[in-house]
Design a protein. Structure first.
Length: 328
C-alpha cells in the first residue's frame, strides 16, 4: 500500500494535480464534491492560485475534475493506509495478540505515517499562492524521502518478524558494502525527486550525451550550493552520474558477494539488486528520452520510480540478512 501511495504521488506530480485541492479536511476531505455546486466551488478556489492563472487558465470544469481525481485518490489512499493500520493495531492490543516490545515500534510506524501526511500538506501549501505554479521542489523531495523512510521502516519490521533468525549471518564486509550502496542510492533517490520537482528531464531529453555534450552550457547557472539543487541541468547531470556509479557499484557488489560464503535466504536473493539496477537504468534512460511527451513520461516515470523502490527494498533485505539478530 505504501508503494502504491508513492506511485500515486508520482502520478499526481507528473499530471500537475497536486494543487487541485486547496484545502485540507482530514475527515470531510475523504469525499469528493457530490454535486455541481460543490464542484464549481472547488473549481473557483483553484482559480485563485497561480497555477491556474499562469498555466491552466484555459481549463474547463472537466479538465479540473481530471487533476482533482488524482490528488483526491492520493489523499484518500493515505487515509485508507492509516485505517488499515490503526483498526487491526487496536484489535491486536486489546486481544493481547502482540507483545509489549512490538507496540512501541508500531506506534513509531504510525507516527511516521502521520508525519508523512503533515509534510505532504506543508508541501502543497508552498504552491497555494498567486506566484508559484507548482509546489516547492525541495519540499517535494523531503516528502518523497520521508515516504521511503516509512517504506523501509515497514519493510524492516516485516523482516524482523517474518525471517527466522538462523537466516541472518555475520558478514561485516557485505554489510559495509551494502551501507555504501544505500548511501549512493539515497543520493540518487534525492536527485530523482529533484528531477521530478524541477521537471529537469525536459532540459536534456537526450542520451548518452546531454544535449550533445558531456558538460553542456548552462551547468553553472546559479552560484554556490544552490546550483546543485536549483539548476535543472546540473540536477540531471548529477542524477545521471550517480546512476552510473550505482550501476557499476552493484555489479561490483554482486561479484564481491558471489565470492563470499553465503547461505540460505541471502544466497537466494542476492541477484535481486543486480536485476533491479539494470531495469532501473534502462527505465531511467527511457524516462529522459520520453520526457518531452507528457503521456509517455507519465508511465515511464512511474515505472522508473516503482523499480527504484524495489531496488531500495532489495538492498535493505540483503542488509538485514547480513546482520546477526540480537536477542529480543
Amino acid at each position: 500500500m505504501i508503494m502504491i501511495q508513492v506511485a500515486l504521488g508520482g502520478i499526481t506530480r507528473l499530471t500537475g494535480s497536486g494543487l487541485s485541492i486547496t484545502e485540507w479536511k482530514p475527515i470531510l476531505g475523504a469525499f469528493p464534491p457530490m454535486n455541481d455546486a460543490a464542484w464549481q466551488s472547488a473549481f473557483e478556489k483553484y482559480k485563485e492560485i497561480g497555477q491556474f492563472k499562469h498555466i491552466n487558465f484555459d481549463f474547463t470544469l472537466s479538465d479540473f475534475k481530471f487533476i482533482y481525481f488524482w490528488e483526491w485518490l492520493h489523499r484518500l489512499w493515505g487515509r485508507i493506509i492509516g485505517i488499515v493500520f490503526l483498526i487491526p493495531f487496536i484489535y491486536f492490543v486489546a486481544r493481547k495478540m502482540i507483545t509489549q516490545k512490538m507496540i512501541i515500534p508500531m506506534i513509531i510506524l504510525f507516527l511516521l505515517g502521520g508525519l508523512q501526511a503533515a509534510i505532504g500538506w506543508i508541501m502543497v501549501m508552498s504552491g497555494l499562492n498567486n506566484d508559484d505554479v507548482s509546489v516547492d521542489h525541495i519540499r517535494l523531495t523531503v516528502h518523497f524521502i520521508a515516504a521511503l523512510i516509512l517504506l523501509v521502516y515497514t519493510w524492516w519490521l516485516a523482516l524482523r518478524y517474518l525471517v527466522p533468525s538462523q537466516q541472518q549471518q555475520s558478514l561485516r564486509a557485505v554489510k559495509k558494502f551494502n551501507s555504501y550502496l544505500l548511501i549512493v542510492l539515497t543520493l540518487q533517490l534525492i536527485y530523482g525527486a529533484l528531477m521530478a520537482g524541477l521537471k529537469a528531464g525536459n532540459t536534456a531529453p537526450t542520451w548518452p550525451d546531454i544535449n550533445g555534450f558531456f558538460w553542456p552550457a548552462g551547468m553553472e547557472k546559479y552560484h554556490g550550493l544552490s546550483n546543485l539543487t536549483h539548476n535543472p541541468l546540473m540536477v540531471q547531470f548529477i542524477h545521471r552520474m550517480l546512476a552510473y556509479i550505482l550501476f557499476i557499484s552493484v555489479i561490483a557488489w554482486y561479484w564481491f558477494v558471489g565470492k563470499t560464503k553465503t547461505t540460505g535466504q541471502l544466497n537466494s536473493i542476492k541477484i535481486y539488486p543486480l536485476i533491479f539496477v539494470v531495469v532501473q537504468l534502462l527505465l531511467g534512460i527511457g524516462t529522459v528520452l520520453h520526457s518531452p511527451v507528457q503521456k509517455e513520461l507519465l508511465w515511464w516515470g512511474v515505472a522508473h520510480q516503482f523499480v527504484a523502490m524495489l531496488l531500495l527494498l532489495s538492498i535493505t533485505w540483503v542488509q538485514y540478512l547480513s546482520i546477526p539478530r540480537l536477542k529480543r
